[in-house]
Structures are given as C-alpha cells and as structure tokens.
Design a protein around this ligand. Structure first.
Ligand SMILES: [Zn+2]
Length: 430
C-alpha cells in the first residue's frame, strides 16, 4: 500500500504541474539491470516511472502501477536511448553510384530515402542523432518536422543543414564535376572564402532552420579531391564562424583529419572535432584545455578500408587507405590522454541501423564498456547542450529508454540487438 500512495502522489503532482485534465497514460518499467547513463555502476531490480513522456521516478524494487501499464523488463538491461553525434540520414555509401546520384535525385527522393534510414536508426536504439550535413536541406528540415510531429518514425534530429567548406574544400558541393557545370557556389550553398562570407554562411544556416553548424576544416576521404588532410580554413575564417555561431546559439562541429586544420579549429573555440585521424599530442593538449569534444567515427574508418574500398574512385582510394587505419589508433591515444569523447559513427558511410557496432570498436581500442555507453548517453547530451533533458534515466528527463538482453558491461556487442525502444514516453519497439 505504501508504494501505491507514493505513486498516486506522483501522478497527482504531474497533473497539477500540467494544469489538470485526465490522467495521462503512464508506464512503470521493471528493469532487471539499470544503466542510467551517469552512474558508475549498474543497479538491480529498479522501477522507472514514466508519465507524459517524462521520467517521473527511478526507485529501488519492482513497484506496482495503479493506472499505467507495467513493462516487464526484469530479464533485460535497461539504458537511456542511445545518441549518435555523427550521421548523414540522406545517404548510404554505395560506390560508384553514390557519386552520380546527386545528378538525378530530387528533393523528394532525399526526403523519402531518409525516412527509411531514420526508422532504421530509431529501431536500432538511437533515439537522438546529430545529422552533420544534408545533401538537400529542405528535405532534412521536412524529415525533422515530420518526426517531431509524430507523422514519421525516427530519432530526434539535430541537424547542421549544408556543411560549410572553402572553395574546392571537402564539402564544396561541386568538387569533381566537369568545369562548365560547376558554377561558383557561395555562402548560400555553404562555400565561404573570408570572414565576411563566413558570417553570411552561418546566418544562412539560421535562415535555413539548422540546429548547429558543421564545417570541414581539412580535406576528407570521400570527396573527389586530392588531399584528405590539408588545412582548408584560415584562422580568421574559423574565428568568424565561431563568433557568428555564438550569436545564434549554434554549436560548431568540425570535420578534421589533418593536425594543422584541427588545431586552428580548436583554437578558434569550436565544440567538437569529428574523425580526428591525425590528432597529435599538441592537438590533444589543446582540446583538453579548451574543453573540445572528440567524436571518433571508428566505423567510417573501418568501412572505407573494408568492403567498400574496391569500388571507390581512384582519387579517393589512397586517402581511404592512409586515413582509415589511423582513426582507430589515434582514438586509443586520445582516450588514454583524457580527451572528452562523444559517440559518433558517420553512418551513411556505413549502413544506417548498424550504429551500435561502433561500441565494440571503441572497447577494442581500450575504452571501458561503461565509458563507451556514457559517450553515447550523457556525454552526447552534453555536447548537444541538451543534458537537462536527454542522456540519462533520471527524474525530470525525457523518457528515451531502451533495453537489451544480456549485460553490455561484459559483452558490449549486445547493444547491437536492441529489443525495446521508447522515445519521449512512446513505445516504438517491444
Ligand atoms: Zn560525416
């Protein structure tokens, strides 16, 4: 009876705080093992109370539920919804076609393709993603809107829109195209040269309804350009982007392989370094000093050197062969050095829905299982500036909750088979 009283009291509080009305549907999750995303140790035999999409209680023992449904996950491990800080929801690498598709796909094609990848991502247990670069921004915005409105099934999306590059840089959308078709893309298309254009490009992203800024500070592997690592922005351009981003409360995510371009970006005050392949000791020291996050994307390194390699264009192959393997090595060093790490896969290079395979790669490189899980929960939420609402199973947070069979702390690969998915209190998989 005691348990019943406290539950009723909680429901009453919830009703009062939302202004009355009928008792909303709630759940009590009985979790055999709970990894809450912030604690160092799992807890056994816990109850998680969910009401109106939020977590309203986390209590020891299996509580009764007077009004809501009991979800029996007593033989499962329950965790916060996973968060992938680097995906591209509009594509999946399938060379050589990936390189020609941009000439014949329309906005509607991208919109429809992305609905499939978004659903796969959520069903794999990833309730939140950062989409770091859309081919078609309008389609990306439409996808985010449809998911938020509950019309489509997918993760909560924080999107960058079009990535920023300099002329001929990694995210210049006209790289590799015959010269009479290239035109001269500018800030509107995400290509900037000089601080004034950098400001304009950030403001354009605001107008486009982006949530954050992505820029490509060095060459990249998959673009049709020679260098995968040269610096491609000046200090002045990077400082302008960071200053403009601040005005609009945007964080700045930076694609970087080479050390020089990476260091310029870190010094300018960006929020995260993506890939970080040739991160050297000085870059690591600077990241620790500035509080810069590292999003390693080990899966991208694995896939471009793996089964996709033979089909890559000739200009891309040497870059893939050189950079692919060093991503993992440098991740080990950065982890050992104490650089802050947030989970990211670059899915879209690897197939969508396999995102959780990144965990095993991180653990293979020396990261403890709990740290790997926290990189995809509370760390990711902190990088997203959403740690008040997301990233852990604690009272007051949005009810993004998943469950797996087995113990991810002894075998991290069990996260590749997520059997239960709740996002904002709604069940998508059970
Ligand atoms: Zn990427």
């Amino acid at each position: 009876m005691r348990t019943r009283i406290s539950w009723v009291a909680l429901v009453t509080l919830a009703i009062l705080s939302t202004g009355g009305g009928a008792i909303a549907e709630g759940y009590v999750i009985h979790a055999g093992r709970l990894i809450d995303g912030v604690g160092d140790e799992p807890r056994r035999e816990m109850s998680i109370l969910v009401e109106n999409g939020k977590i309203t209680g986390v209590e020891s023992g299996y509580r009764e539920s007077p009004s809501g449904e009991i979800l029996d996950l007593r033989d499962k491990t329950v965790l916060p919804g996973l968060m992938d800080m680097h995906v591209h929801l509009q594509s999946e690498l399938d060379p050589p076609e990936s390189y020609s598709a941009r000439f014949y796909l329309n906005s509607a094609d991208y919109a429809l393709i992305s609905t499939v990848y978004a659903e796969r991502t959520l069903m794999a247990g990833f309730t939140t993603v950062r989409d770091l670069g859309s081919r078609d921004v309008e389609a990306g915005v439409a996808l985010r809107k449809a998911i938020n409105a509950g019309r489509l099934v997918g993760p909560r999306i924080f999107m960058a829109g079009k990535s920023l590059a300099t002329t001929g840089g990694h995210a210049d959308p006209t790289n590799g195209i015959r010269s009479n078709l290239r035109g001269d893309p500018g800030p509107k298309e995400g290509v900037v040269n000089g601080p004034v254009e950098a400001f304009k490009a950030v403001r354009q992203r605001y107008k486009d309804h982006s949530d954050l800024i992505k820029l490509t500070a060095t060459g990249g592997v998959l673009s049709l350009a020679k260098s995968g690592e040269n610096p491609q922005f000046t200090d002045a351009e990077l400082e302008a982007i960071v200053a403009a981003a601040k005005d609009y409360n945007f964080s700045v995510a930076v694609h970087a392989h080479g050390a020089e371009g990476m260091k310029r970006a870190i010094r300018a005050g960006v929020d995260s370094i993506e890939h970080g392949s040739y991160m050297d000791a000085e870059a690591m020291r600077l990241m620790k000093k500035k509080g810069t996050w590292f999003v390693p994307t080990l899966m991208a390194g694995k896939w471009v050197t793996g089964e996709l390699f033979d089909e890559l264009p000739e200009v891309v192959k040497p870059k893939a062969a050189a950079i692919g393997p060093v991503i993992a090595e440098n991740f080990s060093k950065a982890w050992a050095e104490g650089v802050k790490i947030a989970f990211g896969t670059d899915s879209g290079v690897s197939p969508h829905g396999l995102n959780a395979q990144e965990f095993a790669l991180m653990v293979e490189q020396g990261m403890p299982e709990m740290a790997a899980i926290q990189s995809a929960t509370i760390n990711a939420a902190t990088l997203l500036r959403q740690a008040d609402e997301l990233g852990s199973i604690e009272v007051g947070k949005i009810a993004d909750i998943i469950a797996v069979s087995g113990d991810p702390l002894s075998d991290i690969s069990v996260l590749e088979e997520v059997g239960f998915v709740m996002k904002a209190g709604a069940i998508y998989k059970r």
